[in-house]
Design a protein around this ligand. Structure first.
Ligand code: ATP
Ligand code: ATP
Ligand code: MG
Ligand code: MG
Lengths: 255, 255
């Protein structure tokens, strides 16, 4: 039974891509087959997995326009059980190309949820841009679960309201089965009162599950996105790698 | 002679809003009249200046649709010489409302650059969403100068290419006078080799000016966005306040 997760935030730079790459890699490490889908024209998931977005033959844009099938577009990463449908900046053209298509917010759902495309995978995880636009809505319509990284910052915590509003809208109009998997607190520096207070507040207010695992600022997670390697491979004994493995356990336990 | 600056990045969470608020406040501190314009439906600039985006009578959306004039929409902040045209999440509706308008990317330019609207100000600074969409393009078309915060991270540095491409496109098609004011390096942790190497690389490759002032990670700049107060007021003797004053000097010297 494939679990399809859309990782969304609205707010920029809260760790969506970092979460998708490293949660995906941690799940793959357990032997589960994981497909990561880059829905962001920025193509950070793609470069964070070691690919060059400017040097790809087939991308998620081709899947959305029907130029190629998903099966033709899925690429193996350098690590066992971890696969990707990559993106390139040309993804930005898809929205206007599809604007006259009926139900264009269901484009990704139609391409990826038919013909058992996702059946070979235990997990499919979508990375999205920092907005509630075309690509984010497409990912939310294609997924069953929503994972929300929330950074310990005033703007990100305020932004949660709009994330939830968008999820409700998509649930009401496009995807009634969409459920919130949970919030993952990111950039949690437990040494500062600032982070500790925001984390407490988050755990109190949310009628939403907040994962026990938190992601702490660490230069390791800066280095991994530059290196294009998941932290479970780049620094397997690091606290960051341990955190994503713990998150993977929590996700498996609740998905 | 009003200087109009659009702050853009593509990449999320690199410090656009933090830069606009605090550079704006530092310029206002010198006695210059500064207007900050929130072009982001996230409305972080608005809340970062102490306003509640859900409780506003008039916003930049009204200016763009012509429902209100700029003069009616400009609000005083709590600090001398610092003014704002605020945003609310309803800004997200403007794009589809205006999609059939001719030259809809020139909406902001038309509203703000006619009838001497910006004349009372020494500086007008636009904050934009993390994307190259409707609102970012509108701000680039309305401005004369582009300020680009670049975070010390692989994704942000790679993303610079797309920022420059967008600026070139806007210059070619909408706004021939658009010039790049410069890059402001953000989240520069000089204690890590990681940051130092990326900063060196940035200063070498860019045929673009890179400001001498860099912004360093500090809990002060986390607290200020939660508090809704510029750092020059919240922590006037802090290193962060000093950095934005130094940036203001550099900007005045080169704009
Ligand atoms: N815990 C962490 N410690 C240090 N750096 C981190 C951490 N998590 C993420 N980063 C870095 O912070 C930056 C932002 O993270 P990331 O790109 O994953 O966020 P995002 O939400 O996907 O951003 P966007 O909104 O632009 O898509 C990246 O450069 C990443 O390498
Ligand atoms: N130098 C700094 N030290 C610590 N925190 C910072 C610093 N600069 C910005 N921040 C915090 O990091 C977060 C991201 O900054 P900010 O919101 O200004 O970026 P942005 O580019 O405007 O993001 P978005 O792409 O979502 O619009 C905010 O919570 C802000 O308070
Ligand atoms: Mg991302
Ligand atoms: Mg911002």
């Amino acid at each position: 039974m494939t679990v399809c997760i859309a990782c969304v935030s609205g707010k920029g730079g809260v760790g969506k891509t970092t979460t998708v790459i490293n949660l995906g890699a941690a799940l793959a490490e357990t032997g589960r087959r994981v497909l990561l889908v880059d829905c962001d024209p920025q193509s950070n998931l793609t470069s964070g997995l070691g690919f060059n977005p400017y040097d790809l033959e087939r991308t998620v844009a081709d899947v959305m326009t029907g130029k190629h099938t998903p099966a033709e577009t899925v690429a193996e990463t350098a690590w066992a059980n971890l696969f990707v449908i990559p993106a390139s900046p040309d993804l930005v053209a898809v929205e206007s190309e599809m604007s006259t298509t009926l139900d264009h917010e269901l484009t990704l759902r139609r391409s990826l949820r038919q013909d058992g495309v996702t059946a070979p995978y235990d997990f499919v995880i979508y990375d999205t841009p920092p907005s509630f636009g075309f690509h984010t809505v497409n990912a939310l319509a294609a997924a069953d679960q929503v994972l929300i990284p929330v950074q310990m910052s005033g703007f990100a915590i305020r932004g949660l309201k709009e994330v939830l509003r968008t999820v409700h809208l998509v649930r009401a109009r496009l995807n009634p089965d969409l459920a919130i998997l949970g919030i993952i607190p990111t950039f949690v520096n437990l040494r500062t009162k600032f982070s500790r207070q925001l984390l407490e507040g988050l755990c109190e207010l949310a009628s939403i599950r907040v994962f026990n695992t938190v992601i702490t600022p660490t230069v390791k997670l800066q280095e991994t996105s530059l290196a294009g390697v998941p932290v479970t491979e780049y620094a397997p004994t690091s606290k960051a790698a341990a955190a994503f493995r713990a998150l993977a356990d929590e996700v498996v336990g609740s998905a």
